[in-house]
Design a protein. Sequence first.
Length: 95
Amino acid sequence: MVSSPYLTIITQRHGQEILLCVQGELDVSNRDSLREVIDGLLEPSLQTLVLDLSGLSFADCASLSILVSAHQHALADGSAPVRRMVEESLLLSGV
């Protein structure tokens, strides 16, 4: 678990699936915490990465770059486990 005054990241592993529950406020001041956690989890044997963002009360445009980066990493590995999440986030943001 990663925790700061405004952001909590809880990691749960279920076989080859990882669930990240992100809670609080995600912005430019703490986005690197989420980026580091995601980067540390993206591995060839990982089949599915699920990001539960329902606990976020705020997310700025800088935090979208983390989702795009995770998506690009997955595509480079020949998979796209974060596609739906990225597409929905970008759609909601109007990008």
